[in-house]
Each structure stands twice: as C-alpha cells, then as structure tokens.
Write a protein that binds this ligand. Structure first.
Ligand code: C5P
Length: 220
C-alpha cells in the first residue's frame, strides 16, 4: 500500500482524536495530535508565569520550548513529561492567547510539517488541512453539535480523573474555543473545499471509525 498523510481538522471534542487514534493503530500509521503541542506550550507559559495579555511574552517562550512529541497525550518539554498536565483547566482557559499568537503558529506549523515529511502520518488539529498539510492525500473535517461535544468531553474527563469537571463550564469553554478557533487571523478553523465533511453528532465511535476506514480504502 502506498504511504499517505491524512490531515484532520475539526471542532473541539468532535471525536477526531479518539477516532483517528484507533484508525492509526489499525493501519499502523503515526498519530500526531497537534493540540497536544499547543497545550504543552500553554502549560510552559503558565509555569514560566507569562502574562497572557502580552504577545511578546508569549512569543519569548518559543526559545524555551524544546519538545519531543511522543504520542497522543504524551509530550516532553525540556525533558519533562507534560502529558499529565495538558488537560488542566488553567491550560484550557489560556490556550486561546497562545493559539492566536502568529509567531507561535509559524513555529508550530514548521515543526508539524517536518514531523510529517516521511508520510504515513495522521495529523490532527485546526489548521492541518488548510495550512500545515494542504497537499495531504486525504483531508477530513470532523464536526459535531456543541451539546454532544460537551457531554463527550465531560465523560472523557471523568474517565481520566480530570478535575474540576463541570458540564456547564465545559460547554462554555467549547463554545468559546469554537469562536476563537474559527475567528483568529492566522490558522483559523475552516472547512477546506476538498475536505471530506463528517458530522459525528449522531454516530458512535465505532460507526465513525468504520466510515473513515472505508474512505481510506477508497483512496489507497
Ligand atoms: O485539539 P485540542 O482541543 O486539544 O486543541 C486545543 C486548542 O489548541 C484548540 O482549541 C486550538 O485553540 C489550539 N489548536 C490550534 N491549532 C491546532 C491544534 C490546536 O490552534 N493545529
């Protein structure tokens, strides 16, 4: 089978990570979740007491961000395992300032392109189909209603023992993140015209995995 890259974008909590992780395992492909990189960078900023109102202070942290991406939820920053803390409430509250920083985005885009050079990767995020890998052999856009997404994230937090875990807070954070993700100047979440659009609101994870596997079969 020929080696391909699959670029995946979608709204927060649309199921793209869980689905594509399973697909990657099944097809023996690398799984690169770029959200983990933005989260880890935000955590580094928090640890270094950055003022999130200052684009310059955020940008200054790029030089301190020596990361090694390991897998789905696991990333080393300066040799330290950040995996456990990247789903913290404080990270979720501040990630918007990092994600709208153009210097941070340029750095991330370049790093992600390098990570994907060898093909056989499933890369997921917000700007993968449009900016990072617009030439990917398959591009997918995941969507889902806000309520279903908040419910899923709540259940996921429960399984991972993430606290605090309040449904109303999650719903508000998701709506706010959608808003920020879709409206920032650089790397805004958009549906690429040649993306395959998948609405997962009324589907369970197994159904979505089946649909994605069939689609990949078609293009391989
Ligand atoms: O996918 P996840 O929910 O972990 O992403 C967290 C946040 O990181 C997103 O809401 C978005 O603001 C940012 N992000 C981004 N570009 C990406 C991946 C994530 O701006 N490629």
């Amino acid at each position: 089978m020929k080696k391909i890259n699959i670029a995946v974008d979608g709204t927060a909590g649309s199921g793209k990570s869980s689905v594509m992780l399973k697909v990657a395992e099944k097809l023996n492909m690398n799984f690169i979740d770029t959200g983990v990189m933005y989260r880890a960078f935000t955590k580094l900023c928090i640890d270094n007491k950055v003022d999130f109102q200052s684009d310059n202070e955020i940008k200054d942290q790029i030089k301190n961000f020596k990361f090694e991406y390991i897998n789905e939820g696991s990333i080393l920053v300066n040799g330290i395992d950040y995996g456990k803390n990247i789903f913290d409430y404080e990270v979720a509250e501040n990630i918007k300032y990092v994600a709208k920083n153009n210097d941070v985005r340029s750095f991330m885009v370049e790093a992600q392109r390098k990570m994907s050079e060898s093909k056989n990767n499933i890369v997921i995020g917000r700007d993968i189909t449009t900016v990072v890998l617009p030439e990917a052999e398959l591009k997918i856009y995941f969507d889902c209603s806000v309520e279903s997404r908040a419910k899923r994230r709540f259940e996921q937090n429960k399984r991972k023992n993430v606290t605090p875990n309040v449904y109303e807070d999650i719903l508000r954070q998701i709506q706010q993140r959608d808003d920020y993700d879709k409206n920032r100047e650089m790397g805004a979440l958009k549906i690429a015209p040649d993306s395959w659009y998948l609405d997962t609101s009324d589907l369970d994870i197994e159904q979505v995995i089946d649909l994605v596997l069939k689609k990949i079969e078609e293009i391989k």
